[in-house]
Design a binder for this molecule. Structure first.
Ligand SMILES: Cc1ncc(C[n+]2csc(CCOP(=O)(O)OP(=O)(O)O)c2C)c(N)n1
Length: 324
């Protein structure tokens, strides 16, 4: 095994973990065992895992509402995710986060429901890192639909003007909620917008984990090296519907089938087998082990305590017990 192979295997493992976490969420929902709906990122695993692969623990990640990919990729523990999804007392947000995952230990500040309003917050964390002289990078992971929010432009402008250590990672999954990207964009690509602010950009195949990882590694290195922001756009496909209750009647079935043949996990698996990095038997064991890890985390979360009435106002305001 060389270093590259180890990285590839670790990324493959993470992609499977992401897929199994979301499949398990879907199953628990259908069985009526949990109430929290899901925005699954099926088919986008090579993007979410590839963009977070090159990050360090101290780097700051802004994730999206879609699935758990980037959160797992940044090192968030499955147990913490289930605790959060079930609103348990000992979850990272003490039961107040729900789908809006956050993890202070891993420098994941958390989602805001008003999509795009955290563009400028991410520029703020990058500015803070620069002012403090740390070598942290902020990675702003965002859907192409959200890039149409007005805040995108002043944020990119200021990031470029101040040469801030930030990477804009745009996940173009072809859909914006219940409609196609082409109904919102006169262009096929989002990335060239970066050129308006002299931000270098690249467009990569989002189904290929080696490409998503490598493009992000280069972008992160650029930002960490004091060269200012970088934007990468990853072309992928949302194989799930917008949310767990969406029947997806607007989805072109032929297109879905076509993209399904380029499932990023299947492609990575074939690559690992072909290169002799993994055998069929090792793959089976790996998958069994990962499902067992997910099931164990689910069980632990079910058994964990719920928050009490005394937790209601905790962490809502800075300082405890602000409301008298
Ligand atoms: C300001 C705002 N408008 C609308 C919504 C409702 N909404 C939730 S997800 C979503 C789609 C966003 O599309 P995209 O950024 O491409 O991400 P994707 O869902 O495709 O992963 C929308 C419009 C919202 N949360 N915030």
């Amino acid at each position: 095994m060389n270093g590259q192979n180890d990285i590839l295997e670790a990324l493959y493992r993470r992609m499977i973990l992401v897929r199994f976490m979301e499949e398990t969420h879907d199953r628990l929902l259908k069985e009526g065992k949990i109430q929290l709906m899901g925005h699954f990122g099926t088919g986008q695993e090579a993007v979410a895992v590839g963009v977070t692969g090159p990050l360090r623990q101290e780097d700051i990640l802004f994730g999206t509402h879609r699935g758990v990919g980037e959160f797992i990729g940044k090192g968030m523990a499955p147990k913490d995710i289930w605790l959060e999804y079930m609103g348990k007392k000992d979850s990272p947000c003490h039961g107040k986060g729900g789908l809006h995952l956050c993890d202070r230990e891993r420098n994941i500040p958390g989602l805001v429901a008003t999509l795009g309003s955290d563009f400028s917050i991410a520029v703020g964390t990058a500015l803070a890192s620069k002012m403090k002289g740390t070598d942290q990078v902020t990675l702003y992971f965002v859907g192409e639909g959200t890039c149409n929010q007005a805040d995108a432009h002043p944020s990119m402008c200021m990031a470029a003007l101040w040469k801030l250590p930030i990477v804009f990672s745009v996940c173009t999954n072809q859909f914006c909620e219940l409609s196609y990207m082409c109904d919102h964009y006169p262009t096929g690509d989002v990335a060239p917008r970066a050129a308006a602010y002299d931000i270098p950009f690249e467009i990569v195949d989002g189904q290929d984990i080696e490409k998503t990882y490598e493009a992000t590694r280069k972008a992160v290195e650029h930002a960490r090296g004091g060269n200012g922001p970088y934007l990468v756009e990853y072309k992928t496909y949302r194989m799930a519907t917008h949310f767990s209750g969406d029947p997806g009647t607007y989805v072109n079935r032929d297109e879905l089938e076509e993209w399904g043949r380029r499932d990023p996990i299947v492609l990575c698996r074939e690559m690992l087998l072909e290169r002799g990095i993994l055998s069929e038997e090792e793959d089976r064991k790996l998958r069994d082990g990962i499902q067992a890890e997910v099931d164990e985390a689910v069980e632990a979360a079910f058994a964990a305590p719920d928050p009490g009435i005394e937790d209601l106002f905790k962490d809502v305001y800075s300082g405890e017990g602000v409301i008298q």
